[in-house]
Design a protein around this ligand. Structure first.
Ligand code: MRU
Length: 347
């Protein structure tokens, strides 16, 4: 299986997702600042993957610090300031903080060792979680139909296997005769560069379409369901995901095509009552005005570049998690799922 991110004695190794599919280059981050930069510049991207990167970033920060107690807050704050929307980033940092604070009284070396072990655990758990998401979602994918997906919620966006692509992989592995339509996902082209590449490597039939073709195919009767990932899901089931997801969801509902969101429990943010409270990252205008460094717009044009949008819960047929599938009313179903295994006493 493709290794998106790995802890090694030399540092945190990541596949550089800005260069795929033309070049497969692995980058070694030797300290937490390099990990923070890799998250910010999208060398690593996708909510669960940046959660793992953040956990590894905290671990390498503590490993390399001569005085971890003095540096800990700054390491965590630097990593938290990289990207604002995917809640998994903050989840990963909080998990490392909780552990660190429980290690009071231990030696710096004991703390270093415990944090490294925890970061590796976060990664290993993520792969297992994606497989469970796939297991819960595979039955929802209609046989002999096309699945439409947006952006990349695959092995590259996680520690392996993927969330939305995990559902597609599990359906494919169960013998269903499906194929995939991948939206190219302007402006960063995660669908064209990453999803198409990943699925082709697995031999899953894949067709690339531009984003503005999705409505045409959703109307055609060919698409059996849409499956996408998520960056943050509010308590009421509103879903932040890659820009363009909302349009796909509306078009899916208009054409009676089920629209599923596949995400780990760590993507839920039950502190937010609805999606209007989710911070949306605005990225550099150059991502819109140029394609691979080639200008496609007049110099000086005004640009908006929100990296995510919020799909209201009424468009979401189901949210597929590692603990099962939540359906409306989401305020109840998501709360029940989030407490089911984490806090059995409150279930
Ligand atoms: O800007 P990106 O590439 O980090 O955005 C990624 C997405 O929007 C994914 O769909 C989401 O993180 C889910 S990944 C399993």
């Amino acid at each position: 299986m493709l290794e998106t991110i790995e802890w090694t004695p030399q540092g945190v190794v990541m596949i550089d997702q800005t260069l795929l599919p033309s070049k497969t280059v692995f980058v070694t981050c030797a300290d937490y600042l390099e990990v923070a930069n890799a998250i910010k510049t999208m060398i690593i991207r996708g909510a669960p993957a940046i959660g793992v990167a953040a956990a590894m970033g905290v671990a390498i920060g503590v490993q390399k610090s001569p005085d971890p107690d003095a540096d800990f807050d700054n390491i965590c704050a630097t990593l938290a300031a990289t990207r604002p929307t995917a809640v998994n980033l903050f989840w990963g940092i909080e998990r490392m903080k909780d552990l660190y604070h429980s290690l009071n009284g231990k030696t710096p070396d004991e703390k270093r060792e415990a944090l490294i072990a925890e970061a590796i655990r976060v990664k290993d758990e993520d792969v297992a979680i994606c497989r469970e998401i796939g297991r819960h979602g595979a039955g929802l994918v209609p046989d002999n139909k096309t699945v439409l997906t947006h952006c990349n919620a695959g092995a590259l966006a996680t520690a392996g296997y993927g969330t939305a692509l995990g559902v597609i992989r599990a359906a494919w592995e169960s013998g269903k005769k499906i194929d995939v339509f991948a939206d190219e996902t302007r402006p960063f082209l995660q669908g064209a560069r990453l999803t198409a590449w990943e699925l082709m490597q697995d031999g899953i039939p894949t067709t690339l379409i531009t984003d503005n073709m999705a409505g045409h195919f959703l109307k055609s009767g060919r698409i059996g369901c849409v499956v996408v990932g998520a960056d943050r899901i509010a308590a009421n089931g509103d879903v932040a995901n890659k820009i363009g997801t909302y349009s796909v969801a509306v078009l899916a509902k208009e054409n009676n095509v089920p629209f599923y969101v596949a995400a780990p429990i760590s993507t839920l943010d039950l502190t937010l009552t609805d999606g209007s409270q989710i911070p949306i990252e605005e990225r550099a205008s150059g991502e819109v005005t140029s394609v691979f460094g080639v200008p496609v717009a007049p110099d000086g044009v005004n640009v908006c570049n929100p990296a995510f949008d919020v799909t209201p819960n009424r468009y979401v047929t189901g949210i597929i998690t590692e603990r099962g599938v939540a359906t409306a009313p989401y305020t109840e179903s998501l709360k029940a799922l989030s407490y089911s295994a984490a806090h059995p006493a409150k279930a």
